[in-house]
Design a protein around this ligand. Structure first.
Ligand SMILES: Cc1cc2nc3c(=O)[nH]c(=O)nc-3n(C[C@H](O)[C@H](O)[C@H](O)COP(=O)(O)O)c2cc1C
Length: 192
C-alpha cells in the first residue's frame, strides 16, 4: 500500500527547530513526507541556527526539494499533493493568518490550497502570545472544520504566562487521529 503523503510545514519558531528535525526524521520513515518552510523559516539566520543548515537537513531527511515559495505551494490544492498537512511548529503569526483567511506566505498558501480538498491540517502551536493576542485565533481554529491541534501545554506559566507549546511527541498520533476525522484528546495537557 502506498504511504500516506504528509506535508510538514515549518514556521519561524526557531527555538523549536532542533526538536522538529529528529521528529521529521522519524515521520519520514512512516510517511511520504515533503517539507514546506515559511519564507521566514527558510531565509532567517538566528541565534538558534542557520537557515541553510535546516534546509539541508530537511532535504536529506525527505529526499525531496523543500517547498519554499507561494508559487511552489499553489499546486498543493489542484494536484492534491498531500493526504494530511502538519504545520509544526506553527507561529502566532501563521495562526493569526490562518484564522483570518490570509494566504500571503508559503505555509498559509499551502494550507489554503490543501483545505480546498477538504483534507486535514494539523497545527502544533509554539508561541508566547497563545493565551494573549492569539487566544482568539486558537479558539477560532479549534472550531474550524478539518483543523486539528497537537495537544499543547503552558510551558512556563509564571515566566511566560501567555505561552503555549504543542507536545511534539504527540504529532504522529495527532496526524493519525486527524486522518480519521478525530481530534486527539486531551487537547490541553498539564505541566510536564
Ligand atoms: C529568534 C526568534 C525566535 C522566534 N520564535 C518564535 C516562536 O517560537 N513563536 C512565534 O510565534 N514566533 C517566533 N518568532 C517570530 C516569528 O519568526 C515571526 O513572527 C515571523 O513573522 C513568523 O513568520 P512565519 O509565521 O511566516 O514563519 C521568533 C523570531 C525570532 C527572530
Amino acid at each position: 500500500m502506498p504511504k500516506t503523503r504528509l506535508g510538514l510545514a515549518i514556521c519561524g519558531s526557531y527555538c523549536t527547530f532542533d526538536k522538529i528535525i529528529p521528529i521529521a526524521e522519524k515521520l519520514s520513515r512512516d510517511y511520504d513526507m515533503t517539507a514546506i518552510m515559511s519564507e521566514n523559516a527558510a531565509e532567517t539566520d538566528t541565534r538558534f541556527g542557520c537557515a541553510e543548515n535546516v534546509k539541508k537537513q530537511l532535504l536529506e531527511i525527505s529526499g525531496k526539494e523543500i517547498i519554499c515559495t507561494i508559487t511552489e505551494a499553489e499546486p498543493v490544492g489542484p494536484k492534491k499533493l498531500f493526504d494530511v498537512l502538519a504545520v509544526a511548529p506553527c507561529t502566532g503569526n501563521t495562526l493569526a493568518k490562518l484564522a483570518s483567511g490570509i494566504a500571503d506566505s508559503t505555509v498559509t498558501m499551502a494550507c489554503k490550497a490543501h483545505l480546498r480538498n477538504g483534507r486535514p491540517i494539523v497545527i502544533a502551536v509554539s508561541t508566547n502570545d497563545a493565551l494573549g493576542a492569539n487566544a482568539k485565533n486558537i479558539g477560532e481554529l479549534l472550531n474550524r472544520k478539518n483543523i486539528y491541534f497537537v495537544p499543547f501545554r503552558q510551558d512556563d506559566p509564571h515566566g511566560k504566562p501567555n505561552s503555549l507549546i504543542a507536545e511534539l511527541a504527540l504529532l504522529k498520533d495527532t496526524i493519525e487521529a486527524s486522518l480519521e476525522g478525530r481530534q486527539l484528546q486531551p487537547v490541553i495537557l498539564g505541566p510536564k
